[in-house]
Design a protein around this ligand. Structure first.
Ligand SMILES: NC(=O)C1=CN([C@@H]2O[C@H](COP(=O)(O)OP(=O)(O)OC[C@H]3O[C@@H](n4cnc5c(N)ncnc54)[C@H](OP(=O)(O)O)[C@@H]3O)[C@@H](O)[C@H]2O)C=CC1
Ligand SMILES: O=C(O)[C@@H]1CCC=N1
Length: 263
């Protein structure tokens, strides 16, 4: 499948690297962004095609990912409208930009909205998809199958995108913050940062895999670690006293509020 990317920033690069890494579908990739220095070396290093313009990406692709800043997405679609082919599928990754806002400026286009996270780069992503009711199931399934090559997917109503964006789109940063906090505690007690980062990351990876493989609720797994009268429950209670769960929920509240009222 011929994939195009408009934008070559963090999200676009994660998607492109994920598509290169997966081995389920045969894809070619064409990319363009504002600055040649952003997209050309990246394309050359990875065997992708660098296009001279956004319009050239459109001309060469069946599925085009719009991976520019959210605030620039509608203006980009407006600029592309005159050169859009009716069979091109546009896939917007922009947080907080609705299908209605995009369809308003490209009414004839086939547009989907997806919310991936950066873990798509290693085919361990979590991606939500939404499509307008008018989209044919065949077109929708084509994009679902494409995104499934990059990890897990879920179809959600657009109304749920802000919460999904917070607990999946942004959450790699929040999970990394927790890993960093564990590692810094390790450094406090004398481990090197390199060793502590590795130990904390592997521990969190194992915990996530345990929940997923055994379909365990986190609280059940917590109970399995907490020996009666032991060290873990002492740590858990101290974390709760310091407000860990409330702090996480406050962070998610702020994430959603920012998406719904961008400055
Ligand atoms: N980062 C993430 O984890 C996630 C991001 N998203 C969404 O992805 C989108 C991009 O975010 P992110 O990658 O973090 O941002 P970046 O700032 O890293 O990347 C933005 C990219 O857009 C390019 N760009 C800006 N305007 C244009 C234009 N008019 N035409 C072509 N290219 C343009 C920039 O070009 P250049 O580099 O040449 O300056 C840059 O490559 C946002 O809409 C965001 O909501 C969604 C889910 C997760
Ligand atoms: O920080 C952001 O706005 C984007 C959306 C989800 C993850 N990154």
């Amino acid at each position: 499948m011929k994939l195009g990317f408009i934008g070559a920033g963090h999200m676009a690069q994660a998607l492109m690297l994920g598509f290169k890494r997966q081995q389920t579908q045969s894809v070619t990739i064409t990319v363009h962004s504002t600055h040649q220095t952003s997209y050309e070396p990246f394309a050359a290093t990875n065997g992708f095609q660098a296009a001279a313009s956004n319009e050239a990406v459109l001309a060469q692709s069946e599925v085009v990912f719009l991976a520019v800043p959210a605030a620039a997405t509608v203006a980009l679609c407006q600029a592309l409208a005159p050169v859009l082919k009716p069979n091109t599928i546009l896939v917007s990754v922009a947080g907080g930009v609705s299908l209605a806002q995009i369809s308003h400026v490209v009414p004839a286009a086939q547009v989907l909205r997806v919310m991936p996270n950066v873990n798509v780069a290693i085919n361990q992503g979590m991606t939500a998809l939404a499509a307008p009711e008018v989209m044919t199931p065949a077109v929708y399934q084509k994009v679902v199958a494409l995104m499934e090559t990059l990890g897990a997917t879920v179809t959600l109503p657009e109304a749920n995108f802000p919460i999904f964006s917070a607990i999946a789109g942004s959450a790699p940063a929040y999970a990394d913050l927790f890993i960093d906090a564990l590692a810094r505690a390790g450094v406090k007690y004398g481990l090197t940062k390199v060793a502590a980062d590795q130990i904390a990351a592997q521990t969190v990876r194992g915990s996530a895999q345990n929940l997923l493989e055994n379909q365990l609720a986190p609280w059940l797994a917590i109970d399995q670690v907490s020996s009666p009268g032991g060290t873990t429950v002492a740590g858990l209670l101290a974390m709760e006293q310091a407000g860990l769960m409330s702090a996480v929920v406050a962070g998610i509240d702020a994430t959603i509020a920012k998406e719904q009222a961008p400055s």
